[in-house]
Design a protein around this ligand. Structure first.
Ligand SMILES: [Fe+2]
Ligand SMILES: [Fe+2]
Length: 170
């Protein structure tokens, strides 16, 4: 095995967090479908797919490193939001939490002089900049438009301009 037991354990926990984010974003997409906002719905379905892909990146890394994959129990995601702002605030909180978790993995890689994991994790560090930035922009747009003006947010999202400076755009 090319990584420590501690790194293996913490990465398995991270797989749970990424799948947890994926499930949360499916519930947020369902909220937007219910609210008659299909562009926001599809935006969150896409985010959910990306989170699943993040989880799978960790799975493939653990397998490549000869480590064991042990996916933990994933808590039930929240549902039944009162507003778009509440749903997207929750998503932004998630992204901040995941950023801390990735930093925690980086701390461990540095402490253990685990250059392989350090290199692998750098992609996630950059990805979190894009994820936090774009979710923060989306929340600000929703707050600016107000609940009655969410069609404007949908129009902006479908214009293809993208939500963050660093990201690939939508
Ligand atoms: Fe993620
Ligand atoms: Fe994310």
């Amino acid at each position: 095995m090319m990584i420590s037991n501690a790194m293996n354990t913490q990465m398995n926990e991270q797989i749970g967090h990424e799948f947890g984010a994926s499930l949360q974003y499916v519930n947020i997409a369902a909220y937007f479908d219910d609210a008659g906002l299909p562009v926001l719905r599809d935006h969150f379905f896409k985010q959910a797919d990306e989170e699943r892909e993040h989880a799978m990146k960790f799975v493939r890394y653990l397998l490549d490193a000869g480590a064991s994959v042990e996916i933990p129990a994933v808590p039930a995601p929240r549902h039944g939001f009162k507003s778009a702002a509440e749903a997207v605030s929750l998503a932004l909180q998630w992204e901040h939490t995941v950023t801390k978790q990735i930093s925690g993995l980086m701390d461990l890689a540095s402490k253990e002089k685990d250059y392989l994991s350090h290199d692998f994790l750098e992609w996630f560090v950059r990805e979190q900049l894009e994820e936090v930035s774009s979710m923060d922009t989306l929340l600000k747009m929703i707050e600016r438009s107000g609940e009655s003006g969410l069609m404007l947010v949908e129009n902006a999202l479908s214009s293809g301009r993208g939500l963050s400076m660093s990201g690939p755009g939508e």
